[in-house]
Structures are given as structure tokens and as C-alpha cells.
Design a protein around this ligand. Structure first.
Ligand code: NDP
Length: 286
């Protein structure tokens, strides 16, 4: 079997065409959607992610404001700026690029963002709403993964779904969404015994560990759908995922590549959440 390649660039392009129409409609009403992106420090990967987000906003007709601070900035300065952005009617979404430098309390920073503008969906109030089944903002990466299933007509009801990784930004919300879609979900992490026992049972396997080519073909059930969230840089500078793509794509029924899979969808869903926030505000203001 050769797997169907779930093309994140193609799906992102399809979704973003509609976003441009929605953004233009808001702009015509004097409410251009606006996203503020806060970047602290000089982490190379974070700089690339922020640049990609800012460019994606421009292409989809959203306004973005990039706010940068040196790594040693006093956290209070960032908190004060977030308070200003919370009150700014031209800003509908606020995003703080993670990870923050060690002297920051990341939870306190995320808690400072107004839940109505928390387009990453990381505020505790939004995490709780997601868990209760009435999400206000779905975290962008798992949201993007769910779009692949919808687009490819992959049924989740009753399926065995295994999520590798339990982070707050990927693994946990991913598990919650799969459960809400009526899959039977197992979450694995670094303390899981016999990981392959779990992965071999998976009809739907989500790899989000951050370990290059960790998931090998012998760990995958023939015909499984494999979603590779991982982004790892190899010594030669190239990117690869958490899945051994050449081998696993020979036995899976569908698989996302890296690059060109989940990555473009993550940014796309950030745009979706920002648009949604702007449309809600316009709806509230009348
Ligand atoms: P974290 O480092 O926060 O979490 C990694 C998770 O993997 C942890 O729960 C950890 O377990 C688990 N893990 C690590 N090693 C093993 C192992 N050997 N066996 C089983 N579980 C293990 O990472 P993130 O969730 O933030 O990101 C995961 C990957 O996804 C990274 O490569 C990241 O770059 C990528 N990513 C990609 C995005 C995209 O848009 N494509 C967006 C966000 C992230 P424990 O909890 O026990 O430590």
C-alpha cells in the first residue's frame, strides 16, 4: 500500500482563499482583523515562525503587529503591553510566541491575554471551555489536524486513536478533540511502557514528540492514518518529522509529510481563529 499524502500546503491554500474574502468583508466595514504577535528573545526557530505568521496575515488581508523584546526584558513590560493590546479595538488576536525565556512565568503571561483575544487557545479559561466541549478557540495545531480528517473524509467514530506526546499545546488538546469526535483515545508520553504496543493498535496515530524519525514502520498498523506533527532539524539543516516517512508511507493509508503537512495548517488555523475573533467582535458591536 502506498499512502495518500495529506497535503497541508494545498489544504491551507484552499482554506485561505475563503479567509481573504472574509477579511476583506470585515475591512470594508472598517474592522480589518488585527493580530498582535509578541516575540521575546532571539530564538532562531521562533523568529522563523513569527515571520511566517506575519506574512500569512498579509496574504490573507489581515493586519498584524509584531512586537519584539530582547531576551532579558523585564516581564512586567510585556504584561503591560498585553494589557494595552487587550484594550485596543483594532487588535482581535494576541499571540505570545513560546517558549519564553526562563525568567518568565509563561502561565502568568498567557493568563494576562484576554480570553476573547486568545487566538492560540492557551488561556486556562479557553482550555476549560475546550474540555467542556464548547471551545471558544481551538489550539491551532490540533485544529489543523482535525481539518485533514474532515477534508479527506477520514471517519474517527469508534476508531483507536493514539497520541504520542502530552504537551498543553499539541498532545492534550489533540486527545480532547479526537475524543469529542468519538474516537477511543490513548495518550502516550516519555514514561509510557512499551510504546510500540500502543502505536501498533492505532487506526489513527498522531506523533507529537519532537524526536526525529522516531516512529518506524514496525510501530505502525498497516492501513493506519499517520499524522506527523514533529518538526526536527537534522545535522544537515534539513527538516524532518517524528515519523520515518519513506518507510511508513508504504504501509499507512494516509500520512502527512514534513515539511508541507501540519505546519502550514497550524498557521492557517491561527488566521481562522483571528478572523473568528474579529467577526465575533463585529457581531457584538452590531
Ligand atoms: P513538547 O516537548 O512540549 O512535548 C513532547 C511530548 O513528547 C512530551 O509529552 C513528552 O513526554 C513526549 N515524549 C518525548 N520523548 C518521548 C519518547 N521517547 N516516548 C514517548 N513520548 C515522548 O513538544 P510539543 O508538543 O510542543 O511539540 C512536539 C513536536 O511538534 C515538536 O517537534 C515541535 O517542534 C512540533 N510542533 C509542530 C507544530 C507544527 O505546526 N507542525 C506546532 C507545535 C509543535 P513527557 O510529557 O513525559 O515529557
Amino acid at each position: 500500500m502506498t499512502a495518500l499524502i495529506l497535503d497541508g500546503n494545498a489544504l491551507a491554500q484552499k482554506l485561505r482563499a475563503d479567509f481573504k474574502t472574509r477579511a476583506d468583508a470585515l475591512t470594508a466595514r472598517g474592522a480589518q482583523p488585527g493580530l498582535a504577535v509578541i516575540l521575546v528573545g532571539e530564538d532562531a526557530a521562533s523568529q522563523v515562525y513569527v515571520r511566517n505568521k506575519v506574512n500569512a496575515c498579509a496574504q490573507a488581508g489581515l493586519r498584524s503587529e509584531k512586537i519584539t523584546y530582547p531576551a532579558d526584558v523585564e516581564p512586567q513590560r510585556v504584561l503591560t503591553r498585553i494589557a494595552e493590546l487587550n484594550a485596543d479595538p483594532t487588535i482581535h488576536g494576541i499571540l505570545v510566541q513560546l517558549p519564553l525565556p526562563r525568567h518568565f512565568d509563561s502561565d502568568a503571561v498567557l493568563a494576562a491575554i484576554s480570553p476573547d483575544k486568545d487566538v492560540d487557545g492557551f488561556h486556562a479559561e479557553n482550555v476549560g471551555a475546550l474540555m467542556q466541549g464548547h471551545a471558544r478557540f481551538i489550539p491551532c495545531t490540533p485544529y489543523g489536524v482535525m481539518k485533514f480528517f474532515g477534508e479527506a473524509g477520514i471517519e474517527l467514530k469508534g476508531k483507536e486513536a493514539v497520541v504520542l506526546g502530552r504537551s498543553n499545546i499539541v498532545g492534550k488538546p489533540m486527545a480532547m478533540l479526537l475524543m469529542q469526535a468519538n474516537a477511543t483515545v490513548t495518550v502516550c508520553h516519555s514514561q509510557t511502557r512499551d510504546l510500540a504496543f500502543h502505536t501498533r493498535r492505532a487506526d489513527i496515530l498522531i506523533a507529537a514528540l519532537g524526536k526525529a524519525r522516531f516512529v518506524t514502520a514496525d510501530m505502525v498498523k498497516p492501513g493506519a492514518v499517520v499524522i506527523d506533527v514533529g518538526i526536527n532539524r537534522l545535522p544537515d539543516g534539513k527538516l524532518c518529522g517524528d515519523v520515518d516517512f519513506p518507510a511508513v508511507s508504504q504501509i499507512a493509508s494516509a500520512i502527512t509529510p514534513v515539511p508541507g503537512g501540519v505546519g502550514p495548517m497550524t498557521i492557517t488555523m491561527l488566521l481562522a481563529n483571528t478572523l473568528e475573533a474579529a467577526e465575533r467582535k463585529v457581531g457584538r458591536d452590531g
